[in-house]
Design a binder for this molecule. Structure first.
Ligand SMILES: NC(=O)c1ccc[n+]([C@@H]2O[C@H](COP(=O)([O-])OP(=O)(O)OC[C@H]3O[C@@H](n4cnc5c(N)ncnc54)[C@H](OP(=O)(O)O)[C@@H]3O)[C@@H](O)[C@H]2O)c1
Length: 174
C-alpha cells in the first residue's frame, strides 16, 4: 500500500463500485491507502471487489445501496462514518444508459436514467455535503461523459442526463 500517498488515511465513498469504472476506482483508491466504502445494489459483486482490496492490504466496506433511495444513501454515509471515519471523498459514479431513438418512446427508461444519473448523483452529493462543510474540506467527483457535450440522436436522453451531470461537475469544482 502507498502509505506515503497524500490520499493515505482518507475516507472515500465510491458509488457504482460493483463493476467497471467504479470498481477500478475503488481498487485504485484503496491501493493509495484510502479507506473505501463500496456502494451499489449487487452486494455479491461488491464483496468480490472488497476481497480483491483486502488481498492487496487495503481497507474497504461493502454497503448495498440504491442511489435512487435517499434513506439508503443516508444509511451508506452513516455506516461509512461509523466504520471508516468522516467522508473526505465522494466518487459519484453510479450510472446507466440505454441506446434508443426518442421516437421509440421508452418513457420508463428515460425516467430510470433521470432517477439514477441525475437524482442519484444529487442525493449522494447532498448526503455528504453537511459533513464536508463542517470539516471545511472534501472532494466530490462526478463521473460524466463526452455525451454531455455532443448530441447523438441514438442516445438523446442519455446526452441530456450527462449534460446535467457535467453542470454538476462545474458546480462541485466551484
Ligand atoms: N464506460 C464508458 O465508456 C462510459 C462512458 C461515459 C460515461 N460513463 C459513466 O461512467 C460511470 C461508470 O460506467 P461504467 O462503464 O463503469 O458502467 P457499469 O460497469 O455498467 O457500472 C455502472 C455501475 O453503476 C451501478 N448502478 C447502476 N444503477 C444503480 C443504482 N440505482 N444504485 C446504485 N448503483 C447503481 C451499477 O451497480 P449495481 O448494478 O450493482 O447497482 C454499476 O456498478 C457511469 O456513470 C457511466 O454513465 C461510462
Amino acid at each position: 500500500m502507498a502509505s506515503g500517498s497524500s490520499l493515505a488515511g482518507r475516507v472515500a465513498i465510491v458509488t457504482g463500485a460493483s463493476s467497471g469504472i467504479g470498481k477500478a476506482t475503488g481498487i485504485a483508491l484503496a491501493k493509495a491507502g484510502v479507506k473505501v466504502a463500496l456502494a451499489a445494489r449487487r452486494k455479491d459483486k461488491l464483496q468480490e471487489v472488497a476481497k480483491q482490496i483486502s488481498e492487496n492490504g487495503g481497507v474497504s466496506i461493502c454497503v448495498e445501496t440504491d442511489v435512487t433511495k435517499r434513506d439508503q444513501i443516508k444509511a451508506l454515509v452513516q455506516e461509512t462514518i461509523t466504520k471508516l471515519g468522516p467522508v473526505d471523498i465522494l466518487v459519484n459514479n453510479a450510472g446507466l444508459w440505454y441506446y434508443s431513438l426518442m421516437q421509440n418512446q421508452l418513457e420508463d427508461l428515460w425516467e430510470e436514467q433521470i432517477d439514477v444519473n441525475i437524482k442519484g448523483l444529487t442525493n449522494c452529493a447532498a448526503a455528504v455535503l453537511d459533513g464536508m462543510i463542517k470539516q471545511r474540506s472534501g472532494h466530490i467527483v462526478n463521473m460524466s461523459s463526452d455525451s454531455g457535450k455532443k448530441l447523438s440522436i441514438h442516445i438523446f436522453f442519455l446526452c441530456h442526463t450527462f449534460n446535467t451531470k457535467s453542470c454538476w461537475s462545474l458546480l462541485s469544482s466551484s
